[in-house]
Write a protein that binds this ligand. Structure first.
Ligand code: ATP
Length: 431
């Protein structure tokens, strides 16, 4: 199934391997015309639900490069490591947990080295000198940009605790074993929200965010039976966490994390306060209390969510003895909302279909196609996940109606051109 999906993504212009003409760059991927639309739609849907629809979260877009002291304070320089083991027989290099029972996962040899701690942060140099003092890191998470801007955001946005800061941006991790297509890559994008709360209310807010986030994935169109929450056992808690959950999805390669929801306590603001020598406490004007807020974090991957949407939407169906491949993406995130087709390439139908296309363009993404049989054109859009097919035929000339075909039911109905934009918009918004 994963191979089929990877090839569909390449064939239809969702995702390509980075620098493919040079043989590709391991674990880096480029998003093509359909992929970038899907990705933007996912990001927009997250951003809208986090910021526009709430009055207690504001946005931020921090730089990827940050002061190197940030990563000392955050604990990343010391602790953001994975154990690395080498197989002495075949030279394979894997993460410690992948060499189960001391065996190489590739050749089965027990000749493996003791684990060494490998830091996952990418290092580079700032300015023209390549020396120790000029080292900066590509951020391995977007969250730190939020913590260090806590006061900058608090004051001008006139927020009161509890409130949150949301951010979408690139993150980089020098993963030892990337893989499963875009599931684990070395360059990826995160959608993170850090919610600042009064100590003592953190448990309650964690519960609220667990429920909110799980509901978000269902709204994204994912099958609820393939989603679950998994609590981190105490011994696996990250150095900053008091309590942590993952939202997991059942991929063809097993249940895997989609998003982390963590109670980070006052770890981050306390550490940055100490290391930067700044007071990052919050004064509550109503109660007269001063405290360092606790943070509930929701941390999701854009690319991983996109992969999940594709995996969840992919169907092979039999229609009148023929196989049809369809991506049942939620219309909200589908890259193209409508295909517009003249039934035949004559009798003025292409010109009329172009008029319909231009009527829809300002309101939604549209794909115009006049080549091949109408059945093939429908199939092409099914594979791209386009929810509606609009066909102009000879009857259109007579009465100004077109047919609207539904991707999932394949049912067709006749609609007046004048009513078409409003009808499609209503269906796209789910009403
Ligand atoms: P793992 O244990 O799988 O390495 P993690 O627990 O370190 O992941 P977090 O630091 O909680 O992951 O990251 C939050 C989210 O960012 C993840 O749920 C995932 O969606 C995304 N993410 C993290 N690492 C990667 C990666 N290498 N490639 C793609 N997405 C990633």
């Amino acid at each position: 199934m994963m191979d089929t999906l990877v090839s569909l993504c390449k064939r239809r212009g969702f995702i390509f391997q980075s620098s493919e003409i040079y043989g590709g760059l391991n674990s880096c991927w480029d998003y093509g015309p359909l992929g970038v639309e899907l990705k933007n739609n996912i990001k927009r849907f997250w951003w809208r639900s986090m910021t526009q629809l709430r009055d207690d979260i504001v946005g931020l877009d921090a730089a990827i490069l940050m002061h190197p002291a940030v990563w000392v304070a955050s604990g990343h320089v010391e602790q953001f490591t994975d154990p690395l083991v080498d197989c002495r027989s075949c030279g394979t290099r894997v993460r410690g947990d992948e060499a189960a029972e001391g065996k190489c996962p590739r050749c089965g040899s027990r000749e493996i080295t003791a684990p060494r701690q490998f830091n996952l942060m990418f290092k580079t140099f700032m300015g023209p000198v390549e020396e120790e003092g000029a080292i900066v890191y590509l951020r391995p998470e977007t969250a730190q940009g939020i913590y260090v801007n806590f006061l900058n955001v608090l004051t001008p946005s006139r927020r009161k605790v509890p409130f949150g800061i949301a951010q979408i941006g690139k993150a980089f991790r020098n993963e030892i074993s990337p893989g499963n297509f875009i599931f684990r890559t070395r360059e990826f994008e995160q959608m993170e929200m850090q919610f600042f709360v009064r100590p003592g209310t953190d448990g309650e807010w964690l519960e609220r965010w667990k429920a909110e986030r799980l509901a978000w994935y269902a709204e994204l169109g994912l099958r609820p039976e393939r989603l679950r929450l998994h609590r981190h056992p105490n011994k696996e808690l990250a150095h900053y966490a008091k309590d942590a959950y993952d939202i997991e999805y059942e991929f063809p390669f097993g249940w895997k994390e989609l998003e982390g929801i963590h109670n980070r306590t006052d770890y981050d603001l306390s550490r940055h306060g100490r290391h930067a020598g700044k007071d990052l406490s919050y004064f509550d004007g109503e109660t007269g209390e001063r405290y360092i807020p606790f943070i509930i974090e929701t941390s999701a991957g854009v690319d991983r969510t996109l992969l999940t949407c594709l995996v969840d939407a992919y169907r092979e169906e039999e229609v009148r003895g023929e196989k049809r491949v369809v991506l049942r993406l939620h219309p909200r995130i589908a890259p193209m909302k409508a295909g517009v087709f003249p039934l035949v390439k004559r009798d003025g139908l292409p010109e009329l279909a172009r008029r319909v296309e231009h009527l829809l363009r300002p309101r939604m993404t549209v794909f115009y196609d006049e080549s091949g049989s109408i059945g093939r054109r429908y199939r092409r859009q099914d594979e791209a996940g386009t929810p509606f097919g609009v066909t102009v035929d000879s009857q259109t000339l007579a009465d100004g109606t077109v047919t609207v075909r539904d991707r999932d039911t394949m049912a067709q109905e006749r609609v007046k051109i004048d009513d078409l934009p409003a009808l499609l918009e209503r269906r796209l918004s789910g009403s």
